[in-house]
Structure formats: C-alpha cells, structure tokens
Write a protein that binds this ligand. Structure first.
Ligand code: PMP
Ligand code: GLN
Length: 405
C-alpha cells in the first residue's frame, strides 16, 4: 500500500493509494525524451488550485445550440454507423466549395478531401504516410507540440529553424541552408500557435520559391484560418497553386465551431498525396464520428456560422490587453489564433515553466510557458494566454496578472 499527500477540493489530505500493478516488461521507449504534455500538466495544476485557466487552448463559452441540436437530429435520423472512410460526401463537397471560395483552389471532394478526428490525427497520419526513416523534416520553433514526436516515431530527423520573441519572423536564408537532398517535408503553421503571429504573403512566396522543383512536401497547419486580426488576410498555401500542388492542408472544426472536444477536422491535398494519406487513415481511424459530420455539414451551409470569428476574438484580445496595466509585462498584440503572449520582465528570475506554475499556485492564473515549444528549451520569459474565454473571466485574469510583481 502506498500513501501520500494530495489535494482534494483545494484541501491537502492524506491519501491511501491503491498499489499499481508491477509490469513484467519495461519497454524500450520510442519517445525516450517525451513526458506528459504541458497542456495536461498546466490544466491539472489549474484545477487543483482553482486557478483561472488561460493555459490549454479551448473556448470557455457554450457551443451554439443550433449545432448541438443538429447532432441529436442526425442521431435520431439514424446516422449512427460508420461513415464512409474519407467522410460523408456532402460534407466534403461543402468543404471543397469553401476552399474554392476562400482561396481559389479546387479540391476534388471525392479524392482530395478527407474528414479526420481533428487536426492532431490528420498531422500524425500525414507524417506517417509520407515520412520514411532517415528523411529530414524542417520544423519552426516554437512549434506546436505534436509535430516533432510524429516525425521521430516514423524515423525522420527534425531540422529546426528558430524564431524568437517578439516578431517570430522566419529567416529564409536559414531555411535555404537547412534544405538538403534528404529534406522530405516542411511543416508550417499560420496563424501560429503558440506565437500568435501570421505569415505574410512574402513568407509564403519564399516557401514556394524554395520548394519549387524539389520533392519536398509541405504540411500547412491552418487550424486558425478564420482567426486573423486587424483586417489582415490568412495566407493559406491554397492561394498559391505551385505550393498547393505539394501541400497537405490541415484544418480543425474544433477551432472554427468552438468544439475542441469533438476532435473533428479535415485535410485537403492533391490526389497523389491524399492517396497515401488515406492508406494510413483507413487503418489508424478508418472513419470519424458520423452524427457530428452530418451536423457540421448542415450547420456550416450557412457561412455566417464562422465568418464573424475574427471580430469576435479580436474584441476579446483587445479587452484582455486593455486590462493589463502591470509594467512587468510587455506584449505585441496577437495577429491571429486565440493566443496572446506576454513577456515577463519582473524581478523573479525563475525559468518560464516555474513562473507559470508559481503564478497558478500563488496568483490563481494559469498560462503556458513558451520554452516547452523549443527543442533546446529557449527561455525568453514569454508565456502564452488563451483569450477564448468569457469576458468576465478575461477581466478577472487581467486583474490577477496585475498583482504579479
Ligand atoms: N495544430 C495547432 C496549431 C493547434 O493549435 C491545435 C490544437 N490547438 C491542433 C493542431 C490540434 O487540433 P485538434 O484539436 O483538432 O486535434
Ligand atoms: N491545442 C491546444 C493548445 O494549444 C491544446 C491541445 C491539447 O491539449 N493537446 O493549447
């Protein structure tokens, strides 16, 4: 029997813990340097301490009942068995029209669009389908945390390009220098999580030029495509035909419809790439939630359901920033995504991970430290705050931040 102290309902209590089973096998880990994700760690800590959780990125407000009602309708209408492997055709047709209208690129709904169990599965499946042992993959740090483990699990080698606070601009000469005959893939993400930056047209054109006449495949993580602020435009790879011809575009309904827990997304790619994608998709998930697909298709037929997202989140960003008056923080307003970075310039010289933990415990405000998104743990005292929350919570969060010294 093991014993220990733990927290229950905010109180420290003495616990009797059930014994764990002794494993008769200690596997040789395929991800020896990987622990539990920072999102899980910080959300758990926030729950334990009753802190305001602006760490893990998820909306804190209710979903439109018109959407949830459609799930019930789909279930009642009998849409409860396996969907076709690539997703229901009517949803793929709708997404094809949406991509054409937004970015001018035509994706054949039968062979070039697949519905996935969120963007994470889409990215893992794409990397697994397209990366072989020894292939090199260029990633930009800070990088969303699911890219590198997927490359590593498939025997690929990551080559890192570093971007840093405050503008997180890509040095394209560094990318050029990093490309070798073994470079098989470049993964990029705009609007960017965790930086809250967006790529300009010139960035995407440079990527297009560097990859022209190569065998390099691009994975373009565009899950925040509709959350771009201050009148700027989202630079999808799909806007650039030469780049689109080598790109796998990844999207998430979780971000667009405020339903991160549904784990629904989709991928668009030219047929030859999609053929390989589906070979893996059919065995790691086969098909995804049927009633949710019918509900999303019927709901998104009205583009107003997602057209107002940028304004909606820009107002929240501005509210949050307008309330932060503490001189220990500096920031550049987020250009896209629902994340805002703050750089801490106070007297506490703790590593950013320790700052995030300390602020959760002592000030009741939880964030995500940026150093975890760098392979070498680059620590610029920058912390990420999710502003996809109710206004009252954002005001309370800013009040808590104003108390930090
Ligand atoms: N890419 C980025 C940049 C993300 O921020 C997220 C989730 N926040 C994902 C991929 C994963 O999306 P999903 O929840 O649909 O798996
Ligand atoms: N994508 C979300 C974020 O960036 C978290 C997703 C997760 O917990 N894996 O915060």
């Amino acid at each position: 029997m093991r014993t220990g102290y733990g927290q229950v309902g905010g109180k420290i209590v003495f616990l009797l813990l059930l014994p764990c089973m002794n494993s008769s096998v200690i596997p040789s880990s395929r991800l020896p340097r990987t622990g539990t994700t920072i999102f899980t760690i910080m959300s758990q800590l926030a729950a334990e301490h009753g802190a305001i959780n602006l760490g893990q990125g998820f909306p804190g407000f209710p979903v439109d009942p018109a959407l949830t009602e459609r799930v019930k309708e789909a279930m009642d209408q009998g849409h409860n068995q396996y969907a076709p492997m690539p997703g229901i055709l009517s949803l793929r047709e709708l997404l094809s029209a949406k991509l054409r209208n937004s970015y001018g690129q035509v994706y054949d709904p039968t062979s070039e669009i697949t519905i996935t169990a969120g963007a994470t599965q889409a990215i893992f499946t794409a990397i697994t389908a397209l990366i072989k042992p020894g292939d090199e993959v260029i990633l930009f740090a800070p990088a969303y945390d699911c890219y590198a483990p997927a490359v590593e699990l498939n025997g690929g080698m990551v080559k890192w390009i570093t971007m840093s606070y405050p503008d997180y601009r890509v040095q394209w000469d560094d990318v050029k220098a990093a490309i070798s005959p073994r470079t098989k893939m470049i993964v990029f993400n705009t609007p960017h999580n965790p930086a809250g930056t967006i790529w300009s047209e010139s960035d995407v054109l440079q990527l297009q030029d560097l990859t022209r006449d190569t065998e390099i495949i691009v994975i373009s993580d565009e899950v925040y495509e509709h959350i771009v602020f201050d009148g700027m435009q989202h630079m999808s790879c799909a806007r650039f035909p030469e780049l689109a011809s080598r790109s796998v575009l990844v999207y998430s309904f979780g971000k667009t419809l405020h339903v991160t827990g549904w784990k629904m997304g989709y991928v668009a790619a030219p047929e030859a790439l999609m053929k390989e994608f589906r070979k893996v998709h059919q065995y790691n998930v086969f098909s995804v939630n049927t009633p949710a697909q019918y509900a999303i298709e019927s709901y998104m037929r009205n583009p107003d359901t997602y057209r107002g997202l940028a304004d909606f989140f820009q107002r929240k960003r501005d509210l949050f920033l307008s309330r932060i008056t503490n001189p220990v923080f500096s920031f550049v307003p987020s250009a896209g995504s629902y994340f805002q970075l703050l750089q801490y310039k106070g007297a506490d010289h703790l590593p950013d991970v320790e700052l995030a933990k300390k602020w959760t415990v002592s000030y009741g405000i939880t964030s995500i430290p940026l150093s975890v998104f760098y392979p070498d743990g680059l620590d610029e005292s920058v912390l990420r705050f999710c502003f996809a929350k109710d206004d009252d919570l954002l005001i309370a969060a800013a009040d808590a931040l104003n108390k930090i010294s």
